[in-house]
Design a protein around this ligand. Sequence first.
Ligand code: FE
Length: 332
Amino acid sequence: MLRLTTFAILACSTPVLAQEINVYSHRQPELIQPLVDAFTAETGIKVNVAFVDKGMAERLVAEGDRSPADLILTVDIARLMQVVEAGVTQPVQSDVLEANIPETLRDPGDQWFGLTSRARIVYASKERVAPGEITTYEDLASEKWKGRLCTRSGLSDYNIALLGAMIVHHDEAYATTWAAGLKANLAKKPDGGDRDQVKAIAAGECDIAIGNTYYIGQMLADPEQAPAAEMVNIVFPTFEGGGTHLNISGVAMTRSAPNRENALAFMEWLSGDTAQKIYAETNHEFPVKPGVERSALVASWGEFTADPIPLAEIAAQRAAALKIMETVNFDG
Ligand code: FE
């Protein structure tokens, strides 16, 4: 009996699971590494990151309950919803996450949590667009921009979310007319990423473009791309009667999560001051935690009013938005 008890104590004092967690990340390894290093230095918990470019949900479905993944890190509300809808995540209740992340930037069902936000804004030529010339998303469809607008594919997650928000603010009929107006204003067929639209403005191919804030930060930090970025102003349009459209990068816990406790510790840490500051400084995203400062560059762009519509409502319009982009043959 005594020997059994001793064995039981020994067994308890030996960690059953290694102090490590496994993350499937859609985010670039260069961005995640500084976060991982700081977390490991602070807690001793090792973080193994597998970069998953495509097919995150499919991979987790295929791996099922044997998946080694504890957490999923990705961008865009649509991708977060995809893993939730695929049934490969689990809800997480945490006072820390609730305190650090504003309600509009996390799932009411606790399946996903925003860790950074970014605004989808207008890049405007410093030479050819006067300050104050564009103030609303609705105005992007106005005839005065005919032949002057550039954007990436209408089917890209970022543009689908923006269109989803337009549906919520108005209705599907209005959003269809708006998307058709946008298409009519295009200087060229949608192509490339947001950075390519900045380059197109610099090359004189268009005067305004739709893009995410942080790409300007990335371009300014790159000697080759900085000259193009220097040629555009950042404009924060609003919806009529609303604010500027935000999207997120975020995290979800997998259903299988073999290292649940440590994974939760990492999630909470990512929403805390140290990590929020790293996100702000290395990628020029907006911290979600109130009180954490934006990078000096992002702060220099000035204040804006964030659109109050919860991301979950925008995500719910994804199918309708995709249909509209097909109806107006946006990329055609
Ligand atoms: Fe991006």
